[in-house]
Design a binder for this molecule. Structure first.
Ligand code: ADP
Ligand code: CDP
Length: 215
């Protein structure tokens, strides 16, 4: 197995920015597994699948053709040939994704796709279960954290028309769903290094990741 950097942690801890920056600096590919769960959720909403019914989600989750790019400068994501990079960041998808991601059949399908991509060469991969489930043999595993307040501040700085308080509530809800689901809940993988980004700048975090990779 080659160089796989597994980057896990909760929403707003800095996974996307840090992973892309590190991949760029190292000349590696980059995979955003959260975008794949978002793409699956976008498709389910388009199809009118009842997300409250896990059996209905499981029955349909093999249908969409989900294709992820691996360029850290412009991560692409398509569903059946449609570019969904914009729509998957909308509030409707963000509000529903953790429910779809809790369905074991959805996870089995997306984890298989992720393993195919990772197996084809060196890469930085971000998600919730990369170091624990998707690629437990990754030579570098990082678990990013930040205080709930810092995470909410970062998210509200990115999104127009929201408050830090509203973001903190939304993140807490997603944290609970992600860390209490029965299949592969969010948790720190064995062998992972925890990196608290609360008091660091983005560049400082990337520098620390590069140091861990070169160790
Ligand atoms: P995640 O993928 O974990 O949800 P993102 O990378 O999408 O996190 O969001 C983090 C946001 O916070 C970005 O806008 C980033 O520029 C900003 N940020 C501020 N300080 C830091 C830091 N120390 N580490 C990472 N991101 C930071
Ligand atoms: O960018 P943000 O941190 O808000 O979320 P994301 O990384 O896009 O992930 C969206 C959701 O997908 C998470 O809240 C999880 O419910 C799910 N997810 C997952 O279950 N496993 C992964 N490896 C990645 C994401």
């Amino acid at each position: 197995t080659g160089l796989v950097v597994a980057m896990d942690g909760p929403s707003g801890s800095g996974k996307s920015s840090v992973s892309r920056g590190a991949a760029r600096a190292l000349g590696l590919r980059y995979l955003d597994t959260g975008a794949m769960y978002r793409a699956m959720t976008w498709w389910m909403l388009q199809q009118g699948v009842d997300l409250a019914d896990p059996a209905a989600v499981a029955a349909r989750c093999g249908e969409p053709g989900i294709v992820s790019g691996t360029d850290p400068d412009g991560p692409a994501i398509h569903v059946d040939g449609v570019d969904v990079a914009g729509p998957i960041r909308e509030a409707e998808v963000t509000g529903a994704v953790s429910v779809v991601a809790a369905v074991p059949e959805v996870r089995a399908r997306l984890v298989a796709l992720q393993r195919e991509i990772i197996g084809s060469g060196d890469i930085v991969v971000e998600g919730r279960d990369i170091g624990s489930v998707v690629w437990p043999d990754a030579p570098v595993k990082i678990y990013l954290t930040a205080s709930p307040e810092a995470r909410a501040r970062r998210r509200s700085a990115e999104l127009a028309g929201t408050t830090v308080e509203a973001q903190q509530e939304a993140l807490a809800r997603r944290d609970t769903l992600d860390s209490t689901r029965k299949t592969d809940p969010l948790s720190m993988a064995a062998g992972a290094v925890e990196l608290d980004t609360t008091a660091l700048t983005l560049d400082e975090v990337i520098a620390e990741v590069l140091r861990l990779v070169k160790e």
